[in-house]
Design a protein around this ligand. Structure first.
Ligand SMILES: NC(=O)c1ccc[n+]([C@@H]2O[C@H](COP(=O)([O-])OP(=O)(O)OC[C@H]3O[C@@H](n4cnc5c(N)ncnc54)[C@H](OP(=O)(O)O)[C@@H]3O)[C@@H](O)[C@H]2O)c1
Length: 333
């Protein structure tokens, strides 16, 4: 229908973009164009089966972005630092640089190409960029190694400085700390101690408030709110704004398993961490502890409840209720 609007979604086969696709596939006045490197993948095919137009494009190939964005009324853009870091093919490209430093620089270049392509779309009404806080800036130069935060923030600054017109149509979505980390990431999965208590172990201060998001469920409703209201928003996306201690209590409520938090000193970890990530992760946790995940001194930060059309999101307890914790604890043995 001619009155339908078109949203182009990068990362549509992933957590954040997948949630945006899920929401907009149910909106009769919107058409979804899902971008993937591989339209034949199971996830891409599932999107096509549900009515999305699936197109091939690659963040590393700017011309493919221009065609993917054609006629878009809205674009949701996301990049994948950990995919770049984890791809063995990229090790050789780092050429003497630390792989995480290379991945961060490359991520910034990919996002700049996205911004360049978006700026050339005359039909565009709203651009939503998935970014993270500038740790170097908001820690006032104290934590300069949170590369996967700064990489996104740098592209955001580039867009703001280079394309004022595009920026008048732009809102920023910052994804909070993924709750899925507690289910599938060995660094954050709770550990079952001999006395039957689940331990949340790490370097985060258990009494600092953090934003926790079910990225695969919450991103879409938040992005929908951002599309319904005026541009210029900078929202920290989450369903739970709570401390790790409160999160462990939500875990107990959901699972019936007693839990506790154990904070390790800087530089110590209960699981092996690749040595090249040591500095980045040390800085990441210290930044969150002292300056806030979202850079709490940033005066532009909005919380989901501050949005004009604030989204209805489920709770952390309900997210934990849906998980099979026996699998998590079995993996430990
Ligand atoms: N883990 C956390 O707690 C957390 C918190 C905040 C932010 N983040 C950030 O979240 C980002 C990842 O987002 P996600 O979890 O939503 O993604 P994801 O589920 O890991 O999936 C990655 C997505 O990116 C797409 N993609 C990757 N490289 C691409 C390329 N060269 N060209 C086009 N598409 C590409 C993939 O599409 P195809 O494979 O189909 O091409 C896929 O849809 C990372 O940058 C990370 O820093 C993570």
């Amino acid at each position: 229908m001619a009155t339908e609007k078109l949203i182009v979604i990068l990362g549509a086969t992933g957590n954040q973009g997948g949630s945006v696709a899920e929401v907009f596939l149910q909106e009769p006045q919107w058409r979804v164009r899902a971008v993937t490197r591989n339209p034949a993948s199971t996830k891409a095919q599932a999107l096509a089966a549900r009515g999305a137009e699936v197109v091939q494009a690659d963040l590393d190939s700017p011309s493919t972005l221009s065609s993917a964005f054609e006629n878009a009324n809205a674009i949701f853009a996301v990049s994948d630092f950990w995919g770049l870091f984890g791809d063995p093919a990229n090790a050789a490209k780092a050429k003497g640089q630390s792989l995480n430093v290379w991945a961060a620089n490359h991520e910034t270049e990919q996002l700049k190409a996205v911004v360049d392509a978006a700026a050339r779309i005359p039909t565009l009404e709203r651009f939503v960029l998935s970014s993270l806080s500038n740790a170097t800036k908001w820690s006032r130069g104290r934590y300069t190694h949170v590369y996967h935060f700064d990489s996104k923030a740098k592209a955001e600054s580039y867009g703001k400085e280079t394309y004022p017109e595009l920026w008048n149509k732009t809102s920023i979505f910052q994804a909070g700390f993924f709750l899925s980390n507690f289910v599938s990431n060995p660094n954050f999965q709770p550990v079952m101690a001999a006395h039957g208590v689940a331990q949340f172990v790490g370097n985060l201060d258990p009494d600092v408030k953090l934003p926790f998001i079910a990225a695969e469920e919450d991103t879409g409703p938040i992005v929908k709110s951002l599309l319904q209201e005026s541009a210029g928003k900078n929202v920290i996306g989450y369903r739970g704004w709570c401390t790790l201690r409160e999160l462990s209590q939500a875990f107990t409520q959901a699972s019936g398993i007693e839990a506790e938090c154990i904070m390790l000193p800087k530089g110590q970890s209960h699981v092996p961490v690749p040595p090249i990530l040591g500095l980045e992760l040390d800085d990441n946790w210290a930044y969150c502890n002292e300056f806030g995940y979202e850079g709490r001194d940033d005066p532009t930060i909005l919380h989901p409840k501050d949005l004009d059309s604030s989204p209805q999101l489920d709770s952390v307890v309900n997210y934990f209720r849906k998980q099979d914790w026996s699998k998590v604890f079995k993996q430990e043995k």
